[in-house]
Design a protein around this ligand. Structure first.
Ligand SMILES: Nc1nc2c(ncn2[C@@H]2O[C@H](COP(=O)(O)OP(=O)(O)OP(=O)(O)O)[C@@H](O)[C@H]2O)c(=O)[nH]1
Ligand SMILES: [Mg+2]
Length: 364
């Protein structure tokens, strides 16, 4: 599996701060650019109200939430595709992730330098997107050269790929990110083993200053409008406050949230949106008095889902006993669900659905 969400953005946009808040890890945070040189990977627990409700219903001895892998990437600057700043190094880090969490600076802070001089979220987004596309153009051009040589040698597969590469090239040259194209799965760069950064799905995170006014300010509206035009999603957060809140005990946290007029943390929404972007689903198991949430890509079949719990289970899979969490919660108990015939027996071809509670029956 290993679906990863990578934090991208200009230096000092607040990526490491948000990464820390999400993972409660402690990446170096500093008011000068390029604090992050090595990439940092961490996991963010996925808050899930179904897991909370199942905990209340089943009173398990242990509860294990699922998590999302997050990678903190160093800031991109104009010219990164040519190796400016820490250049290509960042771009190669981005290459390893499946979706991008694009952190956009919307906060004003005089002691935190802005690499472009002043807060201007749309320009910043454009700079980052342009770097991704320029890097992609480079990749497409090199690959096209290589495939043309192969095609001359009579490679028929190469001809089909060149056609795709031409299409991607035209889009990129016109300033359209690959993710903005209507791509059927067969035409997806990944299908051809071509890694294009602008082809990765994006979630924008408008990083605002503290307080309700900041979240309602004009830069945020601009980020939202841009996301909408692109058919992407945007969330608003104050990374700095979130990073401070995760360090506090519940009572102090509530007090601080009250102080800033916050009703809820933005982190669960960030993780939830990231999760959706990565096309992941959650299923639950309740064996041995442990209630556990698991993550699989959408479309995963029951034996492969069992294999996530234990590698041998995929081979040993016999059947899955399945009930949607919502149905189980409505019934009030597993016994009640069973007596109403609501536990389904599913076989090897069953595609796991988000929210399924599953008992796997495995052989020796
Ligand atoms: N006021 C305010 N400051 C913030 C916020 N988010 C981050 N900062 C500050 O901005 C500075 C840079 O934050 P980082 O998280 O290190 O930024 P980065 O995007 O990881 O930067 P690079 O690693 O250099 O690319 C730090 O001093 C943070 O405390 C915010 O929401 N509000
Ligand atoms: Mg950083």
């Amino acid at each position: 599996m290993g679906a990863k969400l990578g934090l991208v953005g200009l230096p000092n946009a607040g990526k490491s701060t948000l990464f820390n808040a999400l993972t409660a890890a402690h990446a170096a945070v500093a008011p000068y650019p390029f604090t992050t040189i090595d990439q940092h990977a961490g996991v963010a627990p996925v808050a899930d109200r179904r897991l909370d409700a199942l905990t209340t219903l089943l009173a398990p001895e242990r509860v294990i939430p699922t998590s999302l892998e997050v990678v903190d990437i160093a800031g991109l600057v104009k010219g990164a595709h040519r190796g400016e700043g820490l250049g290509n190094q960042f771009l190669s880090h981005i290459a390893g992730v499946d979706a991008l969490l694009h952190v956009v600076r919307c906060f004003e802070e005089s002691h935190v330098a802005h690499p472009m001089g002043a807060v201007d979220p749309l320009r910043d987004i454009e700079v980052v997107n342009a770097e991704l596309m320029l890097k992609d153009l480079d990749v497409v051009e090199r690959r096209r050269e290589k495939e043309r040589k192969l095609a001359k040698g009579g490679d028929t597969h190469a001809a089909a790929l060149i056609e795709q590469l031409d299409r991607w090239h035209a889009a990129l040259a016109a300033g359209t990110p690959i993710r903005g194209l209507e791509l059927v799965p067969q035409a997806h760069p990944k299908t051809f083993g071509v890694e294009l950064l602008s082809g990765k799905p994006v979630l924008y995170a408008a990083n605002v200053g503290e307080g309700a006014e900041a979240a309602a300010a004009e830069p945020v509206a601009r980020v939202r409008a841009l996301a909408e035009r692109e058919g992407a999603r945007a969330i608003v957060c104050c990374a700095k406050l979130e990073a401070e809140l995760v360090e506090l005990e519940p009572d102090d946290r509530r007090a601080m949230m009250r102080e800033w007029g916050m009703t809820e943390s933005a982190l669960p929404a960030v993780v939830r949106e990231g999760y959706a972007l990565l096309r992941l689903v959650t299923f639950f198991t309740t064996a041995s008095k442990i209630l556990q949430a698991w993550t699989v890509p959408r479309g995963t079949k029951a034996p492969q889902a069992a294999g996530v719990i234990h590698t041998d289970f995929e081979r040993q899979f016999i059947r899955a006993e399945v009930i949607p969490a919502e149905t189980l919660l409505r019934c009030g108990s597993e016994a009640a669900a069973r007596s109403q015939g609501l536990l389904r027996l599913e076989g090897k071809e069953y595609v796991v659905q988000d929210g399924d509670v599953i008992h796997f029956r495995v052989g020796a």
